[in-house]
Design a protein around this ligand. Structure first.
Ligand code: ARG
Length: 241
């Protein structure tokens, strides 16, 4: 998990994921004139400076550049309202020292359709708010949620004239207290899937936190950029640079 930091308040606005020793995967709507300028890695509680692990202390890295998907767009009017191609890559000025607390999240080498993930169990994490309009959290939170049936999510959001296309997936959960969801401040963070890779359960990027309607509304799942729809762009961008 990465925490993106900006040059103006609020300093912490978005999450991200390490994908190799130089690059962070995040959302395009997390890139603006204020940053991110820095990325905090290896931390859990951002309010304390007593390191969770003295062997592998948290560290702040500087951002060399941030690249938004060239077709990132926000559509405000009409029936096709929405946020599309909400994905970005952030390059750090130096190599991350990969450790047990700073490891890359795997990216698949082949893509499935968004609807192939229907019903799948996935995980989210971040320092975002735990309720709509609430404060963000100092201690990183995580949750296990489920991918919503794609057709059902499209139908749900069409009631708000918001389009959800095949490069997006939706997910949420429910517990005794109500809906389980990402919220403000979690954007850009990864939606993760555990998959078998060479006989080991391995964490893979399934999505990137993009938007929602309120937070934790059981009828409105969170919407995530479907990472496997952007494998070529991720691969080319990282390889070129
Ligand atoms: N756009 C929000 C952010 O900037 C993330 C919203 C996710 N919302 C949701 N209900 N799942 O942090």
């Amino acid at each position: 998990m990465a925490l993106l930091q900006y040059s103006s308040e609020p300093i912490n606005r978005c999450g991200g994921a390490i994908i190799n020793d130089r690059w962070i995967l995040t959302a395009a709507h997390c890139i603006n004139s204020a940053g991110p300028v820095k990325v905090l890695l290896g931390d859990l509680n951002i309010a304390t400076t007593t390191e969770e692990s003295t062997q592998y202390p948290p560290r702040v890295y500087n951002v060399e550049k941030a690249i938004k998907h060239p077709e990132y767009k926000r559509v405000f009017r009409g029936n096709g309202k929405g946020l599309f191609n909400d994905i970005a890559l952030v390059k750090l000025t130096e190599r991350i020292s990969i450790s047990p607390v700073m490891k890359p999240l795997c990216i698949s080498d082949s893509s499935r359709l968004a609807s192939d993930l229907d019903g799948q169990q996935v995980y989210v994490a971040g320092w975002g708010a735990t309720e709509f309009a609430g404060p963000t959290e100092a201690l990183m939170q995580w949750a296990r949620i489920n991918v919503t049936r794609h057709a059902q999510c499209q139908e749900t959001y069409s009631r708000q004239n918001t389009a959800v296309d095949n490069t997006q997936i939706c997910a949420n959960g429910e517990n005794d207290l109500g809906g389980v969801d990402t919220c403000r401040g979690d954007s850009g963070g990864p939606l993760m899937e555990r998959r078998n890779h060479r006989n080991r359960l391995t964490w893979y990027a399934a999505g990137v936190v993009s938007f929602g309607s309120g937070c934790g509304n059981v009828n409105f799942p969170g919407v995530y950029t479907h990472v496997e729809s952007f494998l070529d762009w991720i691969g080319c961008t990282v390889a070129k640079d």
